[in-house]
Design a protein around this ligand. Structure first.
Ligand code: FES
Length: 159
C-alpha cells in the first residue's frame, strides 16, 4: 500500500452531506470509499441464497413418524439433519453438536432446547443458540406437495 499525503487522501472523499456513519463505510484496495452503488454491485456478486429440498409429504405424516421417537435422523440432500417434534412443533437441526461435533441423535428435548447427550449443553430449537455456541437450524416450508427444508448457501455471481 502506498503512502498518500492527506490532500491525496481527502481527494476521493465525498462531500460531508453524503457521509455514511464510520461503521458502515468501506474502502477498496486503493483506499477509495466504496459508494452504495459499488456495494450494490458487490452484493449482487456475493450473497446468501436458500435452496429448498422436499423431505416429507405433510406435517401430519411427519408428526406420525415422530410419534414414538421425537428426534429422528434423516439425510436430506447431502446433509444429515435431525427431525424434531417438540411441544407440537416441528424443527430441523444439524446432526452435529457445535461443541465437539458429536451426533445429536440421542439428544433429548427440554423446555424448547435440544440437549446434547455428551456434555448436556442445550441449544434453542428455534435459533440454535446455547452455551455461547450456535447449532445450525433449518426452516421448514409447507407447500401443496409436502414439506421442504431450507438450506442456506453462499452464492458467487448469483449462481
Ligand atoms: S459434544 Fe455436545 S455438548 Fe459437548
Amino acid at each position: 500500500m502506498s503512502k498518500k499525503s492527506s490532500a491525496e487522501r481527502t481527494k476521493n472523499v465525498p462531500p460531508a452531506t453524503t457521509y455514511k456513519p464510520y461503521s458502515s463505510r468501506s474502502y477498496n484496495d486503493n483506499e477509495n470509499l466504496v459508494t452504495s452503488d459499488d456495494n450494490d454491485y458487490i452484493s449482487s456478486m456475493f450473497s446468501m441464497k436458500i435452496k429448498w429440498v422436499w423431505f416429507a409429504s405433510s406435517k401430519i405424516d411427519l408428526k406420525e413418524q415422530l410419534k414414538t421417537q421425537s428426534i429422528k435422523p434423516k439425510k436430506i440432500g447431502s446433509r444429515l439433519v435431525l427431525m424434531v417434534h417438540h411441544d407440537d412443533e416441528l424443527f430441523l437441526v444439524k446432526d452435529k453438536c457445535p461443541h465437539q461435533g458429536a451426533s445429536l441423535t440421542n439428544a433429548t428435548c427440554e423446555d424448547g432446547m435440544i440437549v446434547c447427550p455428551w456434555h448436556r449443553y442445550g441449544f434453542d430449537l428455534k435459533t440454535g443458540r446455547g452455551a455461547g455456541l450456535c447449532l445450525d437450524t433449518y426452516p421448514i416450508e409447507e407447500r401443496d406437495d409436502g414439506l421442504y427444508a431450507g438450506f442456506e448457501y453462499f452464492s458467487w455471481f448469483g449462481e
